[in-house]
Design a protein around this ligand. Structure first.
Ligand SMILES: NC(=O)c1ccc[n+]([C@@H]2O[C@H](COP(=O)([O-])OP(=O)(O)OC[C@H]3O[C@@H](n4cnc5c(N)ncnc54)[C@H](O)[C@@H]3O)[C@@H](O)[C@H]2O)c1
Length: 413
């Protein structure tokens, strides 16, 4: 069977996006080659140990033992696949601007192996124009001479790690391709994996929609974080206000305050938007303001926690409970708990942390829950944090998760 006819999928990047996509494709009857340039991760995956929470070892091992999936560092495997998806990180650089180095590297690495009639799809989040202006030129310049027809589309991933309901299969997928034939092929591919594949007119629409989705979350979280501080000053319980507002059956969507935003998406993607706006001579002032508000939250939380400690305690011991950026995941990328810890230390605190899903963080080990502390900050509601001992000792807890309502000694944000 030729590469054009076979149901072989190559996925570049085997992380939070690429590995779940691989398993969804296996479930849909595809044979998947997961290509990643991090050899330790490839070894781990081929050894049957999943690096992401949403994929169990059992599911991974079953796919490997059936011969339906394998991971590799060898990009030449792309030559076997009529469909190639790119799922590599798109982070920020030191100036907090888009860093497409990994995406360019991935495009450069696959280009020599892209066979004629291959469909190349970018799932990585980026600003409008990334597929057309960056990925396509790299591949066209470096592809084999006889690969005359290559099809290109953008289908930004929307996965929400740790979500028990929404996954690759049942989350509708946006698809914007560079021409009709590419669109047709991309729709057929995603139609084989997802319940709904939605056509948009260009890759730029798909890329912009992804930025809008995550910017929508960023600004609404910022709004509620700011609103929380206004309520707190007046002694109003913000969660009661949010619940009350959410009783309106239309036109309102509840967001909750917290230590800030984290992970690879919400703090990052809106800055792709602000950068893109600047390139076009515009200014996304509203988004920049939201980013600043969220960035100020760790300082606000640190100050609130320190105010709960008696003035006579010189170097209070503060326990941070949950350091992953959200509940149910081990992901500490861009976690706001880093800034929280820094602000606490800057104010003279001795900081300990505990997170059942995170074994090591910022080159330090967690403390046990019997660690003697003056105040605790319940920063992320991780499963498996047992607060019985803290309650029995009468330790005050600043609850940033709205999950300890009504407990004695607990103060909400
Ligand atoms: N994590 C999420 O919740 C999420 C959700 C939707 C979209 N996205 C987007 O999907 C993309 C991937 O994010 P992720 O969270 O899966 O990242 P990740 O860090 O979990 O995984 C990316 C993988 O790509 C590998 N990699 C990096 N450069 C490579 C290269 N040149 N060639 C081959 N492999 C390479 C890394 O080793 C890593 O294993 C990003 O653009 C992100 O914004 C992420």
């Amino acid at each position: 069977m030729s590469a054009q006819q076979s149901k072989i999928l190559a996925i570049i990047g085997q992380g939070y996006v690429g590995l779940p996509l691989a398993m969804a494709a296996v479930d849909a009857g595809w044979t998947v080659i997961g290509i990643d340039n991090f050899s330790a991760k490839v070894e781990q995956i081929n050894g049957g140990s999943s690096p992401v929470e949403d994929i169990s070892d059992t599911q991974l091992q079953a796919a490997i033992s059936r011969g339906a999936y394998k991971a590799t560092t060898d990009f030449s495997a792309v030559a076997q696949a009529p469909v190639v998806t790119i799922c590599v990180p798109t982070p920020l650089d030191d100036k907090r601007e888009p860093d497409l180095t990994l995406l360019r590297n991935a495009a450069t690495a696959i280009a020599p192996y892209v066979s004629n009639e291959t469909l190349v799809v970018s799932e990585s989040t980026s600003y409008p124009g990334t597929l057309r202006d960056i990925i396509i030129p790299i591949i066209n310049q470096n592809k084999p001479k006889d690969s005359k027809s290559i099809y290109f589309a953008s289908a930004p991933e929307r996965v929400n790690p740790g979500d028990a309901i929404w996954n690759q299969k049942n989350t509708p997928r946006l698809i914007g391709a560079i021409d009709q034939e590419s669109q047709k092929r991309a729709l057929a591919f995603y139609g084989s994996i997802c319940d709904a594949a939605i056509s948009v007119s260009t890759p730029e629409v798909a890329e912009a929609a992804k930025l809008l989705e995550n910017t929508f979350r960023l600004v609404n979280i910022a709004l509620i974080n700011e609103f929380t501080q206004l309520c707190s000053t007046s002694g109003i319980n913000v969660h009661e206000v949010i619940d009350a507002a959410a009783s309106k059956p239309y036109g309102f969507m509840p967001f909750r305050p917290g230590v800030g935003v984290g992970g690879h998406c919400i703090p990052v993607d809106p800055l792709y938007l602000t950068w893109w706006a600047r390139q076009n001579g515009n200014k996304a002032a509203f988004v920049e303001s939201a980013d600043s508000i969220n960035h100020a939250m760790p300082k606000y939380v640190a100050e609130r926690a320190m105010s709960m400690v008696g003035a006579n305690v010189k170097n209070p011991k503060v326990l941070i409970l949950g350091v992953a950026y959200k509940s149910g995941v081990s992901d500490v990328r861009e976690t706001p708990m880093s800034a929280l810890s820094d602000y606490l230390k800057a104010q003279g605190a001795v900081v300990g942390w505990h997170d059942p899903l995170v074994p090591v963080w910022e080159e330090s080990n967690p403390v046990d829950l019997d660690w003697e502390c003056d105040v605790a900050i319940f920063a992320t509601n991780q499963p498996g944090i047992d607060l019985t001992e803290l309650f029995s000792k009468g330790i005050q807890i600043l609850d940033c998760t709205n999950s300890l309502k009504g407990q004695v000694g607990v103060i909400g944000l």
